[in-house]
Design a protein around this ligand. Structure first.
Ligand SMILES: Nc1ncnc2c1ncn2[C@@H]1O[C@H](COP(=O)(O)OP(=O)(O)OP(=O)(O)O)[C@@H](O)[C@H]1O
Ligand SMILES: [Mg+2]
Length: 214
């Protein structure tokens, strides 16, 4: 059976697509047969996958990651593209209110829903009610703090508030200035043998992998 990982948050720019592509590569590097399904009309992951395929024509050592674009209006067909894979990681747009039945349908089908959140009050205001909505569709969701700086008061404050309303992943993704750079070639930080910021994504994958196999 394909394990479905849904990445969803109503907050734009919270890190859904960054986390989607790093989890795709982390899972593939572990030998899983993965597919990315991009339900966002912006096509961030779809375009990233196309750049990756183009790069692999010249540099086939980079691990193959198939990505398909799909439409929330036809979410069952999009989800169906996951068949035959070990893992499907689904990226979604922030406009959850416009697509409530599709996203809750995907959440019901998912083995886990990952909700990225930056460490501001605005993010808490947006993520906390979304967790409540998701609870009606899934009992396996986790907030992942993104752009986190453990040394700041705002990090501790936001984490404290979210812990009261959600399962918060034990690993957070720090602020990584260069996280977007490899994407220009369809890559991630994990595609290089040594680059700063790999461990949090590897640990996040280890956490997600454990949760979907519980
Ligand atoms: N940990 C991080 N450190 C630094 N920059 C980050 C981090 N995570 C995300 N970003 C940057 O923030 C921006 C938004 O990230 P991303 O595209 O992943 O968010 P998103 O939730 O998918 O946005 P949207 O809701 O528009 O789809 C991007 O420019 C990305 O490079
Ligand atoms: Mg996105």
């Amino acid at each position: 059976m394909t394990k479905i990982i849904l990445i969803s948050s109503p907050k734009g720019g919270s890190g859904k697509s960054v986390i989607t592509r790093h989890l795709l590569v982390a899972a593939a590097q572990q030998g899983k047969k993965v597919i990315g399904i991009d339900f966002d009309r912006q096509g961030t992951i779809d375009k990233w996958g196309r750049r990756r395929s183009a790069l692999r024509l010249k540099m086939p050592d980079f691990i193959d990651i198939p990505v398909v674009a799909a439409q929330l209006q036809d979410w069952r067909a999009g989800l169906g593209r996951s068949s035959g894979y070990d893992i499907a990681i689904i990226d979604t747009p922030p406009s959850v209110e416009d697509h409530m039945s599709a996203i809750t349908g995907l959440a019901q089908a998912a083995n886990i829903v990952i909700v990225p959140s930056a460490c501001t009050q605005d993010d808490v205001d947006s993520v906390a009610p979304w967790i409540e909505v998701l609870r009606q569709s899934t009992n396996n969701s986790a907030v992942v703090l993104n752009r986190a700086n453990r040394r700041t008061n705002s990090f501790a404050r936001v984490r404290g508030r979210l812990i009261k309303v959600a399962d918060v992943a034990p690993v957070e993704i720090p602020q990584l200035e260069d996280v977007h750079v490899p994407s220009g070639q369809g890559l991630t930080l994990l595609d290089f043998t040594k680059s700063r910021g790999q461990e949090p994504f590897e640990e996040l994958w280890a956490f997600v992998d454990r949760k979907i196999n519980q």
